[in-house]
Design a protein around this ligand. Structure first.
Ligand SMILES: *Cc1c(COP(=O)(O)O)cnc(C)c1O
Length: 357
């Protein structure tokens, strides 16, 4: 008999998983919504909810009370609509990159999501496609996307039916003069463009105070356990914990080395465990000799180089931990960022498809 391809409902269980604490996610959203004062908090769920997976994240945020969602690409819309509250869709779903062509605009109209208009060309494209409710991005200093301040009088903008008039902060996680300057430019735009709601703050911007809140805030990283500013540290909970199961336990003699390039030499006889996690999963080589896993309270340091699919941890102090047991990476984002030099955003969005979510 030849190789049979069948659809299994009982696929082998993954040897990696992301423990995603949906209570913590919902708690973070509520905290950020409260910190947003009179404004409502929305949620940035681009890049598959920063790698956590929109399938779990969007329904949990909706259940917490979130109504406004943002993705970057048109290709991300379908997955969000598929999991939106049964019988409905998110109160509003916006696509940050805007319509790049007529097909994007037609798709937006057919599924009922809002393009974020980023230029006069996109505004014209949207109107020519039939228009409808949209958002409008005004550039106040980032110089990536958005209509420039000296374009605000363009007649085509007056034809738009703007729901959210938004701009994006360059450095909300720092106390720099640019924050106030961007706020002033955004307020100027609010006076020039007819709109229903105004929005400026990302996660860090929420902590800058009421003047930055407008009607809607757009947290991303802080929802998922990132700490954009030290003054937000106490109130946000960790959401994501990478976990790996132990493939093999080994006994290494004193003087033996572990892993590529023999960067670790056992100072004494050691009991070690090999896990099915590597840089192909987003656990990058910067964790080599530096990462910590845990079994309960016991620390299991990473020994030697992280390789593509495998990493070795020290089980010397965890004699009860054996093959098949799950261990958890230290992955509190602010600390992990300080340890590796990776941004908190990278630490989340790197986590690969081999993690069960
Ligand atoms: C990604 C993004 C956000 C969320 O930013 P965080 O720093 O993750 O809170 C908000 N607004 C826009 C336009 C974005 O691109």
């Amino acid at each position: 008999m030849g190789l049979q391809v069948t659809l299994h409902t009982d696929l082998p269980a993954p040897a990696l998983r992301l423990d995603i604490d949906l209570d913590a996610l919902q708690s973070n959203w509520r905290v950020l919504d409260r910190m947003s004062g009179a404004a409502r908090a929305g949620a940035a769920v681009k890049a598959d909810a920063y790698g956590l997976g929109v399938r779990k994240v969007v329904p949990a945020l909706q259940a917490a009370g979130c109504d406004d969602f943002f993705v970057a690409h048109w290709s991300e819309v379908g997955a969000v609509l598929d999991v939106a509250r049964p019988g409905g869709r998110p109160g509003s779903l916006s696509v940050l990159h805007g319509p790049l062509n007529g097909a994007d605009a037609a798709y937006a109209r057919s599924v009922g999501v809002k393009p974020v208009i980023n230029s006069l060309e996109q505004a014209r494209r949207w109107i020519d496609a039939g228009g409808g409710l949209c958002d409008l991005m005004v550039d106040t200093g980032m110089n990536r996307l958005g209509v420039a301040l000296d374009e605000l009088g363009a007649p085509v903008l007056a034809e738009l039916d703007v729901d959210v008039l938004l701009s994006h902060l360059v450095a909300a996680e720092e106390d720099v003069p640019l924050n106030a300057l961007q706020r002033e430019r955004w307020e100027h735009a609010r006076g020039r463009i007819r709109h229903r709601r105004a929005s400026l703050a990302n996660s860090g911007g929420i902590a800058l105070g009421a003047a930055y809140h407008g009607d809607l805030t757009r947290p991303g990283i802080a929802l998922y356990g990132g700490v954009p500013r030290p003054d937000m540290a106490g109130v946000l909970r960790q959401v994501v914990r990478p976990q790996a199961s132990i493939l093999q336990v080994r006994h290494v003699a004193a003087g033996e080395t572990i892993g590529y390039n023999a960067t670790f030499t056992a100072p004494a006889a050691m009991r070690v465990g090999t896990i099915a996690l590597g840089y192909a999963d987003g656990y990058l080589r910067c964790w080599s000799g530096k990462g910590i896993f845990r079994a309960g309270e016991i620390e299991l340091p990473v020994l030697g180089r992280v390789s593509m699919d495998l990493t070795v941890v020290d089980l010397s102090h965890a004699p009860q931990v054996g093959e098949g047991d799950w261990i958890t990476a230290d992955y509190a984002l602010a600390r992990a960022s300080a340890a590796t030099g990776l941004s908190q955003y990278e630490l989340l969005t790197l986590l690969g498809r081999r993690f069960g979510r």
